[in-house]
Structure formats: structure tokens, C-alpha cells
Design a protein around this ligand. Structure first.
Ligand code: DC
Length: 219
């Protein structure tokens, strides 16, 4: 039987960083579901398939192969796309394509398959509500949009990507709105998820709190 920790929350809430550290500490396989949506967006760019081209999108989804290695590297159809899926063209396309039912249904299948039989910590927007509604632990990470924009600019800088605070903030607000108002699987806190506001917390303290929550549930 597998043990499942679901971490949901908006862009920049710290999900990626926290999930990685907690996963390593507690020996849980880290699955970033946002990366699976990013792979679909990238594959659409590569194959020149537009959002309205249902026939080719269906074919692309049927053939797509996404792997998340234990070292965190992401492979799309055999190619390492770990860095490529964080670039601007993918950033702009990923939220719009994440509302397409065909895309969500196929990725739901892929995400459940990746987690099968493993002890996992899975991060996304709808893990505790849709992907694994019976997850052993559900956490909803949050922070103000301003704080999240600040973190994203810093993260971009570390990755050698130049970005302006105002543009990033506008992008985050836009994405929040789109992700939380879409009809299927919107970004929403599960009723039984534990809410953690990280606005005034450092990474170390968030990790500590989450490790404690998971350990409590395990015992
Ligand atoms: O976490 P991220 O920024 O890499 O996610 C990219 C996009 O994918 C985000 O705008 C919404 C979508 N997404 C989703 O709809 N459901 C998930 N479980 C994860 C991501």
C-alpha cells in the first residue's frame, strides 16, 4: 500500500522547494504535477498543435510519454526537458491548456500511474481534491500574491532568467484567477486539508511544520 502526501497551493507558494526537501527527508518520491502540464504545453509548441485542434491534440496526448525521475529530472518522449519547461513560451501556454478536459483527463491517468505503489509527496493544484481525494495527508500551502511574486523573481534570477517584479506579479494574479475559477478541478483547498500560510515563514520553518504534520499522521 502506498502512502500519499498531497500538497496543493498557488504558484509561488513554495510547493516546489518544500516538497523536494520534505521528500528527501522522509524518503517520499517527489512528483511535481505542474511539470506534467508543462510537458503537454511544450509538446504542443514542438508539434505546432493549437488549443483548438482537437484531432491533433488527442493524438499528441495518446502518444505522449512523461517520466519523472527520482533525481527530479523530467523527460518528455525520452528527452530531458527539465529546464526547457520553465521558459516563457511554456509559462504562457500552460495555464490556458490546463483547462482543457482532454488534457486533464489524460494527465490524471498519467499522474496516478506515476504514483502507483510508491510512497509519494505530490504537488499541484487539485491533488487533495481530484487526483488523490483519499490521500493520507493533505496540505494547502499559501502566501500573499506580492510575497509569491518576490520569491518567483528571486528564483528566476537564480536560474539565470531576468524578470521584472511587476510583470511577474501581474502574471501570478492572472494565473491565480484562471486556476481558481476554471470549471474542472479548480485550485481549491480540500475541506480536510491543513492550511499553512507561508507569507512570513522561512523555508526551514515550513519544512519543520510539514514534517511534523506528516509524522503525526503516520503514527
Ligand atoms: O506548478 P506550476 O506553475 O508548474 O503549474 C503550471 C500550471 O499547471 C498551472 O498554471 C496550473 C496547472 N496545474 C494544474 O492545473 N493542476 C495541477 N495539479 C498542477 C498544475
Amino acid at each position: 500500500m502506498s502512502f500519499i502526501v498531497a500538497i496543493d497551493g498557488p504558484a509561488g507558494s513554495g510547493k516546489g522547494t518544500i516538497t523536494k526537501i520534505v521528500g528527501e527527508k522522509l524518503n517520499l518520491v517527489n512528483i511535481d504535477t505542474g511539470a506534467t502540464f508543462r510537458c503537454v504545453a511544450l509538446n504542443m509548441i514542438q508539434k505546432n498543435v493549437s488549443m483548438n485542434d482537437e484531432e491533433n491534440l488527442e493524438k499528441l496526448l495518446k502518444e505522449i510519454d512523461i517520466e519523472i525521475k527520482t533525481n527530479g529530472k523530467i523527460y518528455l518522449n525520452g528527452e530531458d526537458v527539465t529546464k526547457r519547461i520553465r521558459e516563457n513560451d511554456v509559462n504562457s501556454l500552460v495555464s490556458p491548456i490546463s483547462v482543457i478536459p482532454m488534457v486533464r483527463n489524460r494527465l490524471l491517468e498519467i499522474q496516478r500511474k506515476i504514483a502507483k505503489g510508491k510512497d509519494v509527496i505530490m504537488e499541484g493544484r487539485d491533488i487533495g481534491t481530484v487526483v488523490f481525494p483519499n490521500a493520507d495527508v493533505k496540505i494547502y500551502l499559501d502566501a500573499t500574491a506580492e510575497e509569491r511574486a518576490k520569491r518567483r523573481v528571486l528564483q528566476n534570477k537564480e536560474n539565470g532568467i531576468a524578470s521584472s517584479y511587476n510583470e511577474v506579479l501581474a502574471g501570478i494574479k492572472d494565473r491565480d484567477k484562471r486556476d481558481s475559477t476554471r470549471k474542472i478541478a479548480p485550485l481549491k483547498r480540500a475541506e480536510d486539508a491543513i492550511y499553512v500560510d507561508t507569507t512570513n515563514m522561512n523555508i526551514e520553518n515550513v519544512v519543520k511544520e510539514i514534517v511534523n504534520i506528516i509524522k503525526d499522521k503516520k503514527n
